[in-house]
Design a protein around this ligand. Structure first.
Ligand code: SF4
Ligand code: SF4
Length: 447
C-alpha cells in the first residue's frame, strides 16, 4: 500500500488532486514561470540522448503542470521524472529563471510517496539508501574491493563481460570504484600554518571519505597552508544530498538537522565542502527546513556559511607560495558546482594561479557526464553513454590530467576512460593545489 491509498496517511497528506496530494506539491506558480521557449533543450542530457520532448526540461514542466491540472500520476510521467539527472543545466540555460530544482524535488517527493515501484526497483533503491549515506558502511567495502582488485578477478570479469550480462547495476558499481588508497583519518583540529585568517569546519562526506580520503587529506593541508584552522568533527553523518535529490525529503531533513547539530558551537566562520553535490544541498538547508520552527533560523544561518573549497580559497586570496607544476589540465565543471552553485570561475582561477600549469576547456561543458548522484547506478546504460561522450571530449583536449571537484564525476569519467583504455590522470582541484604548494612533481598526479 502506498501513502496515497492508505486512508490513515490521506488525513495527514491531504486529498489527492490530479497527480499530487496536498502535502508540498510542486508549486503551480513556479511551473507557470516557464514560457516554453525551449532554450534549455539542447543543454539537457536526456534530450540530447533521446530527442524526446517528454524527456526535456520543458516537457517535464508541462507534465508537472498537467498533474497539477488533474492528470493522474501515471507510470509514463514517473519514468520521465526518474530519467531526469537533476543536473540543473536547464536552470543555467533558462532566461526566465525557472526554479526547476524546486519543481523536480517536490515532484520526486510525491513520486516516492505515492507511486508503487516494482520489487526490483524497490530492492535496488533500498540497498543504495542503506549504503551510500553511511560512510562507515561504505568504508567496510574497501577491504573486499581491494582484495577483488588484487586477485586479478577484475581484469577477468572485464574481459568476459560476465558481470554486465548478469547484473548491469552491479557491473556499474564495480566499474565506478576508484583505486583505493590507505590514508589515515584527519585529526579533529588542524591549526593554520602561519597567521590564522579563518576558522573553517570541514565536511568529510560519505563517498569522499570512504573512497577518496586522499582528497580530504589534501583539502585539509591546503586550507591549513592558506591560514585556516580546520575543524573536523569526528561523527559527521550524511548531508542528505542523495536523499533530497531522490525525493526522500523526510530522510534528508533528519540528516540536515543532525549535521547542523554536529557543527553547532564549533565557532567556524565557514563550512568548507569539497564535493559539489553536497555543497549544493547544504546551501539549500534554509529552504529544506523552512517549516521546522526549531531549525528554520539555524538552518538559514548554517547555509549562509557553506562554501565550496574553491570559493573560500578565492575569497581569502593565496598566502602559500605555489611551486611550478608543468602539466596540461582539462577542467570539468561538476553540474552541482557549475549549474547548481554557479561556481565556475573560482576553480579555474586557482588552477591558473599555479606556475607552469596550462588549462584547457572541454567541449560542451554544460552537458552532464552521467554521474548525477546515484543516477548512473539506477540508469547504467544511458549513464555509460553520457560518460563515453564526456571521456571523448576530455581526450580531445589533449590534456594529461582531468580535474574536477566531485567524487561522482571522478568515478564516472574514470570508468569511461578505462573502457577506452585511456591513461589520462584524474584529480580533484584540492589535490592539484596541494601538489603545487608542496612542490610535488607533475608525475605525482598523472601516473
Ligand atoms: S535537470 Fe538536467 S536532466 Fe533534468 S531536465 Fe534539467 S537539464 Fe534535463
Ligand atoms: S528555458 Fe526556461 S522558460 Fe524556456 S522552456 Fe526551458 S524551462 Fe521553460
Amino acid at each position: 500500500m502506498t501513502e496515497a491509498t492508505d486512508p490513515a496517511r490521506r488525513d495527514v497528506l491531504g486529498p489527492v488532486v490530479g497527480a499530487f496530494d496536498a502535502h508540498e506539491p510542486p508549486s503551480r506558480d513556479l511551473a507557470a514561470d516557464c514560457v516554453h521557449c525551449g532554450f534549455c533543450l539542447t543543454t539537457c542530457p536526456t534530450y540530447v540522448l533521446w530527442g524526446e520532448e517528454a524527456d526535456s526540461p520543458r516537457g517535464r514542466i508541462h507534465q508537472i503542470q498537467q498533474g497539477l491540472d488533474g492528470e493522474p500520476l501515471t507510470g509514463s510521467m514517473v519514468s520521465h521524472v526518474d530519467r531526469c539527472l537533476g543536473c540543473m543545466a536547464c536552470m543555467t540555460a533558462c532566461p526566465s529563471g525557472v526554479r526547476y530544482d524546486r519543481l523536480i524535488e517536490a515532484t520526486r517527493a510525491q513520486v516516492e510517496r505515492r507511486h508503487s515501484r516494482t520489487a526490483r526497483e524497490r530492492a535496488l533503491r533500498a540497498a543504495v539508501f542503506a549504503l551510500f549515506p553511511y560512510p562507515n558502511r561504505l568504508r567496510l567495502l574497501r577491504g573486499p574491493l581491494r582484495a577483488y582488485r588484487a586477485s586479478g578477478l577484475r581484469r577477468l570479469v572485464a574481459r568476459t563481460g560476465l558481470l554486465e550480462r548478469l547484473a548491469p547495476t552491479v557491473a556499474t558499481l564495480e566499474s565506478l570504484t576508484p583505486r583505493l588508497t590507505k590514508v589515515p583519518r584527519p585529526p579533529r583540529r588542524v591549526p593554520a600554518r602561519g597567521p590564522r585568517r579563518a576558522v573553517v569546519g570541514m565536511l568529510t562526506g560519505c563517498v569522499q571519505s570512504a573512497f577518496f580520503p586522499d582528497v580530504n587529506a589534501a583539502t585539509v593541508r591546503v586550507l591549513a597552508a592558506e591560514g585556516c584552522d580546520v575543524l573536523i568533527p569526528a561523527r559527521q553523518g550524511c548531508c542528505g544530498a542523495l536523499s533530497v535529490h531522490n525525493g526522500r525529503t523526510g530522510e534528508a531533513r533528519r540528516f540536515a538537522r543532525a549535521l547542523i547539530d554536529t557543527f553547532t558551537g564549533t565557532g567556524m566562520d565557514y563550512l568548507v565542502v569539497n564535493a559539489a553535490g553536497c555543497g549544493s544541498s547544504l546551501k539549500e538547508y534554509g529552504d529544506l527546513l523552512r517549516d521546522d520552527p526549531a531549525y528554520a533560523g539555524r538552518a538559514a544561518e548554517f547555509a549562509a556559511r557553506v562554501r565550496d573549497l574553491s570559493e573560500v580559497l578565492v575569497e581569502l586570496g593565496p598566502a602559500a607560495p605555489r611551486h611550478r607544476l608543468a602539466v596540461t589540465v582539462a577542467y570539468h565543471d561538476a553540474c552541482h558546482l557549475g549549474h547548481a552553485q554557479g561556481v565556475r570561475a573560482q576553480p579555474r582561477e586557482l588552477l591558473r594561479s599555479i606556475p607552469g600549469l596550462t588549462l584547457r576547456e572541454i567541449a560542451d561543458p554544460e552537458i552532464c557526464c552521467g554521474s548525477a548522484g546515484i543516477w548512473n547506478v539506477l540508469n547504467p546504460e544511458p549513464a555509460a553513454e553520457l560518460g563515453d561522450r564526456k571521456a571523448g571530449d576530455v581526450l580531445a583536449t589533449g590534456a594529461e590530467l582531468l580535474v574536477t571537484a566531485n567524487p561522482g564525476c571522478l568515478m564516472q569519467v574514470a570508468a569511461a576512460l578505462r573502457r577506452r583504455g585511456a591513461t589520462i590522470g584524474l584529480a580533484h582541484t584540492a589535490v592539484v593545489l596541494d601538489a603545487a604548494i608542496r612542490g610535488l612533481p607533475a608525475a605525482a598526479l598523472t601516473d
